[in-house]
Design a protein around this ligand. Structure first.
Ligand SMILES: Cc1cc2nc3c(=O)[nH]c(=O)nc-3n(C[C@H](O)[C@H](O)[C@H](O)COP(=O)(O)OP(=O)(O)OC[C@H]3O[C@@H](n4cnc5c(N)ncnc54)[C@H](O)[C@@H]3O)c2cc1C
Length: 175
C-alpha cells in the first residue's frame, strides 16, 4: 500500500474527474488525480454530448476539439414507418453549438486526457483509493498562522486607534 499527500485528490478519471482536473490545472491549483484502472476504459458508454454540456466544456478548451471529432446532430426524430412520432430541433438553442454531438465516451475521455497532458498533468494508474485522512498538521499550521495574523492586526488597531489616548487619559483621571 502506498500513501500520497496532496491538497486536492480527485478519485476517478471518468469525464467528471478529468473535467475537474482540467479546471484546477487551468487555475494553477495543485492536485493529484488517480484511477483504479490500468488504462482508460474503451467500452461504449455515453454516446451523446448535449449543447449545454458543450457550453460548459468551452471554458476548459474542450468544446471545439470534441466538435471536430464528433458528428453534429441538429435534429432528433422518432418515426414509426411513415409517421413522425417525435421531432425535436436543436437549431434554435442560444449557443454557438446548437446541436447534440455524437461521440463515443472513450473518445471523449481521450480528448480530456490529451488536454490534461497539455497542462502538464497525468492520471496516476492503477491507484485505488482505499482510505483517506485529513492531515491535521497542515490545518493546525494554517490555524496558527491565522491566529498570529489576527493578533497582529488587533494590536495594530489598538495602537493606532485615534480615540485611545483620550480614553486612557479619561480612565487615569477618574480612578
Ligand atoms: C453500458 C453503459 C452505457 C451508458 N450509456 C450512456 C449514454 O448513452 N448516455 C449517457 O449520458 N451516459 C451513459 N452512460 C453513463 C456514463 O457512462 C456515465 O454517466 C459517466 O461515465 C459518468 O462519469 P463519471 O466521471 O462520473 O464516472 P465514471 O465514468 O464511472 O468514472 C469513475 C472512475 O472512477 C474510478 N474509481 C472508482 N472508484 C475508485 C477508487 N476507489 N479509487 C480509484 N479510482 C476509482 C473508476 O475506475 C472509473 O474510471 C452509460 C454507462 C454504461 C455503463
Amino acid at each position: 500500500m502506498h500513501s500520497l499527500s496532496t491538497q486536492v485528490l480527485i478519485v476517478g478519471a471518468g469525464p467528471a474527474g478529468l473535467a475537474t482536473a482540467i479546471g484546477l490545472a487551468q487555475r494553477g491549483v495543485d492536485f493529484v488525480i488517480v484511477d483504479a484502472l490500468d488504462e482508460a476504459q474503451n467500452t461504449s458508454r455515453a454516446a451523446v454530448i448535449h449543447a449545454a454540456t458543450l457550453d460548459s466544456l468551452r471554458a476548459l478548451s474542450l468544446s471545439d476539439r470534441l466538435v471536430a471529432q464528433g458528428i453534429e446532430v441538429p435534429q432528433f426524430r422518432i418515426r414509426e414507418r411513415d409517421a413522425v412520432l417525435f421531432d425535436a430541433s436543436f437549431a434554435g438553442l442560444p449557443t454557438p453549438t446548437p446541436f447534440a454531438l455524437m461521440i463515443p465516451q472513450d473518445e471523449t475521455e481521450r480528448i480530456f486526457i490529451d488536454r490534461l497532458a497539455e497542462l502538464g498533468h497525468v492520471v496516476r494508474r492503477p491507484v485505488r483509493l482505499t482510505s483517506a485522512r485529513r492531515c491535521l498538521c497542515s490545518s493546525r499550521r494554517r490555524a496558527r498562522w491565522w491566529w498570529r495574523r489576527c493578533r497582529a492586526s488587533a494590536i495594530g488597531w489598538w495602537r493606532n486607534w485615534p480615540m485611545l489616548p483620550r480614553l486612557r487619559r479619561w480612565r487615569t483621571c477618574s480612578v
